[in-house]
Design a protein around this ligand. Structure first.
Ligand code: ADP
Length: 170
Protein backbone atom coordinates (compact mmCIF):
# COMPACT_ATOMS: atom_id res chain seq x y z
CA UNK A 1 0.00 0.00 0.00
CA UNK A 2 1.23 3.44 -0.95
CA UNK A 3 0.89 6.35 1.48
CA UNK A 4 1.14 9.90 0.17
CA UNK A 5 0.85 13.31 1.76
CA UNK A 6 -0.17 16.42 -0.14
CA UNK A 7 -1.08 19.93 0.83
CA UNK A 8 -4.34 21.22 -0.62
CA UNK A 9 -8.07 21.03 -0.81
CA UNK A 10 -9.63 17.58 -0.57
CA UNK A 11 -12.53 18.47 -2.86
CA UNK A 12 -10.11 18.56 -5.80
CA UNK A 13 -8.43 15.22 -5.17
CA UNK A 14 -9.04 12.56 -7.81
CA UNK A 15 -9.31 9.29 -5.91
CA UNK A 16 -12.04 6.66 -5.68
CA UNK A 17 -13.34 8.00 -2.40
CA UNK A 18 -12.69 11.04 -0.22
CA UNK A 19 -13.40 11.19 3.50
CA UNK A 20 -15.38 13.98 5.14
CA UNK A 21 -14.79 14.95 8.79
CA UNK A 22 -18.41 15.60 9.69
CA UNK A 23 -20.50 15.84 12.86
CA UNK A 24 -23.01 13.35 14.22
CA UNK A 25 -25.98 15.16 12.64
CA UNK A 26 -24.60 14.33 9.15
CA UNK A 27 -26.40 17.43 7.96
CA UNK A 28 -23.47 19.70 7.19
CA UNK A 29 -21.20 22.02 9.13
CA UNK A 30 -18.09 24.17 8.74
CA UNK A 31 -14.52 23.33 7.75
CA UNK A 32 -13.99 20.47 5.34
CA UNK A 33 -17.64 19.42 5.75
CA UNK A 34 -18.82 22.82 4.54
CA UNK A 35 -16.48 22.70 1.53
CA UNK A 36 -17.60 19.20 0.49
CA UNK A 37 -21.31 20.05 0.62
CA UNK A 38 -20.80 23.44 -1.03
CA UNK A 39 -18.90 22.09 -4.00
CA UNK A 40 -20.41 18.58 -4.13
CA UNK A 41 -23.94 19.97 -4.29
CA UNK A 42 -27.31 19.00 -2.83
CA UNK A 43 -27.16 15.31 -3.82
CA UNK A 44 -24.73 14.66 -0.96
CA UNK A 45 -27.06 16.20 1.61
CA UNK A 46 -30.00 14.25 0.18
CA UNK A 47 -28.09 10.99 0.72
CA UNK A 48 -27.10 12.08 4.24
CA UNK A 49 -30.73 12.82 5.02
CA UNK A 50 -31.74 9.33 3.84
CA UNK A 51 -29.12 7.80 6.12
CA UNK A 52 -30.39 9.96 9.01
CA UNK A 53 -33.93 8.76 8.40
CA UNK A 54 -32.76 5.16 8.36
CA UNK A 55 -30.32 5.02 11.28
CA UNK A 56 -30.54 8.34 13.14
CA UNK A 57 -27.34 10.18 14.02
CA UNK A 58 -23.89 8.83 13.18
CA UNK A 59 -21.90 7.91 16.28
CA UNK A 60 -18.39 9.19 16.87
CA UNK A 61 -15.83 6.94 15.18
CA UNK A 62 -18.35 5.47 12.76
CA UNK A 63 -18.59 6.07 9.00
CA UNK A 64 -21.27 6.17 6.30
CA UNK A 65 -21.04 6.49 2.52
CA UNK A 66 -22.86 8.74 0.03
CA UNK A 67 -22.63 9.92 -3.55
CA UNK A 68 -19.89 12.47 -4.28
CA UNK A 69 -22.26 14.70 -6.29
CA UNK A 70 -20.21 17.09 -8.44
CA UNK A 71 -16.84 16.17 -6.91
CA UNK A 72 -14.21 14.26 -8.91
CA UNK A 73 -14.22 11.35 -6.43
CA UNK A 74 -16.74 8.52 -6.93
CA UNK A 75 -18.08 8.59 -3.37
CA UNK A 76 -17.74 10.41 -0.06
CA UNK A 77 -17.30 8.60 3.24
CA UNK A 78 -18.51 10.70 6.17
CA UNK A 79 -16.97 9.98 9.53
CA UNK A 80 -17.45 11.67 12.89
CA UNK A 81 -14.24 12.54 14.72
CA UNK A 82 -14.04 12.94 18.50
CA UNK A 83 -14.15 16.43 20.00
CA UNK A 84 -10.96 17.03 22.01
CA UNK A 85 -11.90 18.12 25.49
CA UNK A 86 -8.60 19.07 27.05
CA UNK A 87 -7.25 15.58 27.58
CA UNK A 88 -9.60 14.35 30.28
CA UNK A 89 -10.84 11.44 28.21
CA UNK A 90 -7.78 11.17 26.01
CA UNK A 91 -7.49 7.38 25.79
CA UNK A 92 -11.11 7.11 24.68
CA UNK A 93 -10.72 9.97 22.20
CA UNK A 94 -7.59 8.40 20.71
CA UNK A 95 -9.48 5.15 20.19
CA UNK A 96 -12.41 6.98 18.59
CA UNK A 97 -10.10 8.85 16.21
CA UNK A 98 -8.43 5.57 15.19
CA UNK A 99 -11.92 4.12 14.60
CA UNK A 100 -12.65 6.93 12.11
CA UNK A 101 -9.70 5.84 9.96
CA UNK A 102 -10.32 2.12 10.43
CA UNK A 103 -14.05 2.24 9.68
CA UNK A 104 -13.52 4.50 6.64
CA UNK A 105 -10.92 2.10 5.21
CA UNK A 106 -13.21 -0.86 5.78
CA UNK A 107 -16.12 0.87 4.09
CA UNK A 108 -13.90 1.76 1.13
CA UNK A 109 -12.80 -1.84 0.85
CA UNK A 110 -16.39 -3.15 1.04
CA UNK A 111 -17.14 -0.90 -1.95
CA UNK A 112 -14.15 -2.27 -3.86
CA UNK A 113 -12.33 1.04 -3.94
CA UNK A 114 -8.57 1.16 -4.37
CA UNK A 115 -7.72 4.72 -3.38
CA UNK A 116 -8.86 7.00 -0.58
CA UNK A 117 -8.05 10.53 0.60
CA UNK A 118 -8.33 11.61 4.24
CA UNK A 119 -8.44 15.13 5.72
CA UNK A 120 -6.81 15.62 9.13
CA UNK A 121 -9.88 14.50 11.05
CA UNK A 122 -10.69 16.35 14.32
CA UNK A 123 -7.80 18.82 14.03
CA UNK A 124 -9.97 21.80 13.04
CA UNK A 125 -13.09 22.81 14.93
CA UNK A 126 -12.75 19.70 17.15
CA UNK A 127 -9.29 20.86 18.32
CA UNK A 128 -7.52 17.50 18.59
CA UNK A 129 -3.74 18.08 19.04
CA UNK A 130 -2.23 17.89 15.55
CA UNK A 131 0.88 15.84 16.36
CA UNK A 132 -1.10 13.20 18.20
CA UNK A 133 -3.82 13.10 15.55
CA UNK A 134 -1.18 12.56 12.83
CA UNK A 135 0.47 9.73 14.79
CA UNK A 136 -2.88 8.00 15.23
CA UNK A 137 -3.85 8.51 11.57
CA UNK A 138 -0.57 7.12 10.20
CA UNK A 139 -0.43 4.20 12.64
CA UNK A 140 -4.02 3.18 11.99
CA UNK A 141 -3.62 3.36 8.22
CA UNK A 142 -0.44 1.26 8.39
CA UNK A 143 -2.19 -1.35 10.52
CA UNK A 144 -5.10 -1.57 8.08
CA UNK A 145 -3.48 -1.89 4.69
CA UNK A 146 -6.58 -2.86 2.78
CA UNK A 147 -6.34 -0.45 -0.18
CA UNK A 148 -3.71 0.34 -2.81
CA UNK A 149 -3.34 4.03 -2.10
CA UNK A 150 -4.00 6.35 0.85
CA UNK A 151 -3.53 10.11 0.53
CA UNK A 152 -3.40 12.38 3.56
CA UNK A 153 -4.63 15.78 2.41
CA UNK A 154 -3.33 18.53 4.68
CA UNK A 155 -5.06 21.86 4.37
CA UNK A 156 -2.73 23.86 6.57
CA UNK A 157 1.06 24.21 6.62
CA UNK A 158 1.46 22.89 10.13
CA UNK A 159 -0.29 19.59 9.48
CA UNK A 160 1.57 19.18 6.21
CA UNK A 161 4.93 19.55 7.96
CA UNK A 162 3.91 17.15 10.72
CA UNK A 163 2.83 14.44 8.28
CA UNK A 164 5.90 14.91 6.06
CA UNK A 165 8.11 14.59 9.09
CA UNK A 166 6.48 11.39 10.38
CA UNK A 167 6.29 9.73 6.98
CA UNK A 168 9.86 10.59 5.99
CA UNK A 169 11.23 9.36 9.30
CA UNK A 170 9.95 5.84 8.76
P1 ADP B 1 -13.19 18.68 12.70
O1 ADP B 1 -14.53 19.15 13.20
O2 ADP B 1 -13.12 17.17 12.56
O3 ADP B 1 -12.07 19.25 13.46
P2 ADP B 1 -12.68 20.50 10.47
O4 ADP B 1 -13.29 20.51 9.12
O5 ADP B 1 -12.88 21.70 11.32
O6 ADP B 1 -13.20 19.16 11.18
O7 ADP B 1 -11.13 20.27 10.34
C1 ADP B 1 -10.53 19.05 10.02
C2 ADP B 1 -9.30 19.32 9.19
O8 ADP B 1 -9.70 19.59 7.85
C3 ADP B 1 -8.49 20.54 9.65
O9 ADP B 1 -7.12 20.19 9.66
C4 ADP B 1 -8.78 21.59 8.58
O10 ADP B 1 -7.66 22.45 8.38
C5 ADP B 1 -8.98 20.70 7.38
N1 ADP B 1 -9.75 21.27 6.26
C6 ADP B 1 -10.63 22.29 6.23
N2 ADP B 1 -11.09 22.48 4.98
C7 ADP B 1 -10.49 21.55 4.19
C8 ADP B 1 -10.51 21.21 2.80
N3 ADP B 1 -11.29 21.87 1.94
N4 ADP B 1 -9.73 20.18 2.37
C9 ADP B 1 -8.96 19.49 3.21
N5 ADP B 1 -8.88 19.74 4.52
C10 ADP B 1 -9.63 20.76 5.01
Amino acid sequence: MKIEVIQGDIIKVEVDVIVNATNSSLLGGGGVDGAIHRVGGSKILEDCQKIRNRQGKCKTGEAVITTAGNLPAKKVIHTVGPVYNGGQRLEKEKELLANCYKNSLELAKENNFKSIAFPNISTGIYKFPRELAAQIAIKTVKENTVLEKVIFVCFDDENYKIYKNYLEKE
